[in-house]
Structure formats: structure tokens, C-alpha cells
Design a binder for this molecule. Structure first.
Ligand code: AMP
Length: 255
């Protein structure tokens, strides 16, 4: 099973079966990392780059909910997922039980040979507690929790300029990382759009949810000796290089 198929199993709303040849192109020492940071800080961009560098799966619960939204009209969503889409569109956090169930269903993937970069999960202390239980249930330990930091006015500036590809989900910024052709994805030619949850009213709600629920996770993981802080100043390339060097020093993980 290739890494792409593994990722589809994560995003896919059905069950997960992992064939025995899953070790074939897996890295020798999988990276198991959580990425924390306010919405819009560039964590998704870093997660994509880091997952390529470490051959680890980029697992975004937000992507799962966006995929559910895209499939809503086709039917087949569970009532919990239907409700989750509503929370997402309003910028509110999806209830812990729904998110935790979704991750628990995919626990075989977390324990798999590729390792993982969790982006957007956990987002509350109960989710972090649940993740501890899920990981210890599959004999898997975290390497580190990377916390990206930036002053709040800069975060809002980044979010309002973000543009996402409708087709492949790639992320751009109107000023900091513009596409070659306005409104068109460099990678697949898809149309770029402003995500519903990046619109100003929703952004305000998301920032409040972040401050109230997710920021406490910084202390949570600090107390457990897993936290690594990274200033998200500079270009995406600079932040990426900084992340690689910190992970190398801290976790002895090389690319
Ligand atoms: P993201 O792309 O990570 O910013 O997630 C987009 C939206 O999905 C969030 O604003 C929430 O509504 C929902 N969401 C994603 N992950 C979680 C989570 N771990 N807990 C609660 N809600 C989540």
C-alpha cells in the first residue's frame, strides 16, 4: 500500500484495512509529531512539507470535515458528521466525541509504518487525553509537539489572504505565497477560493475557539516534556528549515 493509499484511508469515511505489504516504502524511523498553532499561522503548509520530508502521513481533521462537506449532497454521512459540517462552517469546534471517534476509527494508521503529522488534532485537553489513550492502545509514542507562534495581528493578516485550491487543497497567500497566475493553482490548475471558514466573521470565532480551547494544550504538552516552540516569522521556506533543524536536534530524526 502506498503512502497515498494510506492517506486516502484516513480521509475516506469508510473503514480502514491495511495490507501486509504496507512496510514496502516506509521510512526506517517514522516521525510521530503534532503541530499546534493558531489557524492561519502556516501550520498546514509546514505539515505538508514536513510530511514529504519525513515520508510521514499528514493527518488533518479539518480536511476530513471539509471532505465530508464536499460529499454532503451525495448523502451517506452519519448524523454526527452532518452535524460536524455545521460546526465547521460556523467556525466553531466540532464536539470532542465526534472528533475522537473519527481518530479512534483510524488508529491503525497512527500505528502504521509511515508515522504521522497531526495537524488540527488534538484541539482541546479532552482530545489530547483521548489521543494519549488511543496511542498507548496501539503501542505508539509521540516524538514531539511543535508549537508555531506569531503575534495575533499577523495571524489574522495571514488568514485573510489565504487562498485554497478547490481541486487539490494546496494553500497560497495573496501576498506571501501568490500563485504564478492569479486565482489558479500552480500544481493542478484548479480554481483558488477563499474558504468559508477563512471569511472574516468565521475567523473571529475560530480565533476565540483557539484562545479558549487549544492554547492550553501548549502547557499540557510542556508539562509532559514534549513541547518545542517555533517562531513562525519569515517565509514558509525559512520556517521549514527551522523546523527541520529543531526536529533533528530534539528528536534525532533526519530526513
Ligand atoms: P482546520 O482546517 O484544522 O482549521 O479545521 C477546520 C474546522 O474543522 C475547524 O474550525 C473546526 O470547526 C473543525 N475541526 C477540525 N479539527 C477539529 C478538532 N480537532 N476539534 C474540533 N473541531 C475541529
Amino acid at each position: 500500500m502506498s503512502m497515498e493509499q494510506f492517506l486516502q484511508a484516513w480521509i475516506g469515511l469508510g473503514g480502514v484495512a491495511i495490507p501486509t505489504d504496507a512496510q514496502a516504502d516506509a521510512p526506517r524511523r517514522p516521525a510521530r509529531l503534532i503541530l499546534l498553532g493558531a489557524p492561519g499561522i502556516g501550520k498546514g503548509t509546514q505539515a505538508t512539507r514536513l510530511s514529504t520530508a519525513y515520508k510521514a502521513l499528514h493527518l488533518s481533521t479539518g480536511d476530513v470535515f471539509r471532505a465530508a462537506k464536499a460529499n454532503k449532497d451525495k448523502g451517506g454521512l452519519t448524523p454526527a458528521l452532518e452535524a460536524a459540517v455545521g460546526y465547521m462552517v460556523r467556525g466553531e469546534l466540532v464536539p470532542d466525541d465526534t472528533v475522537v471517534d473519527l481518530v479512534r476509527e483510524r488508529r491503525a494508521i497512527l500505528a502504521g509504518p509511515y508515522g504521522f503529522l497531526l495537524d488540527g488534532f488534538p484541539r482541546t485537553a479532552p482530545q489530547a487525553d483521548a489521543l494519549n489513550g488511543i496511542l498507548s492502545g496501539v503501542n505508539t509514542k509521540l516524538d514531539a509537539v511543535l508549537s508555531y507562534t506569531l503575534p495575533i495581528d499577523k495571524v489574522i493578516e495571514r488568514l485573510s489572504g489565504r487562498r485554497t485550491c478547490k481541486k487539490c487543497n494546496a494553500s497560497y497567500h495573496t501576498v506571501a505565497m501568490p500563485p504564478k497566475k492569479d486565482g489558479v493553482c500552480d500544481k493542478c490548475g484548479g480554481e483558488l477560493f477563499l474558504r468559508d471558514d477563512d471569511k472574516p466573521d468565521t475567523v473571529r470565532v475560530r480565533m476565540q475557539a483557539y484562545e479558549a480551547s487549544t492554547k492550553p494544550l501548549v502547557d499540557y504538552y510542556q508539562q509532559r516534556g514534549l513541547l518545542v516552540e517555533i517562531t513562525a516569522e519569515g517565509t514558509a521556506d525559512e520556517i521549514f528549515e527551522k523546523s527541520l533543524s529543531i526536529i533533528k536536534d530534539r528528536c534525532s530524526l533526519s530526513v
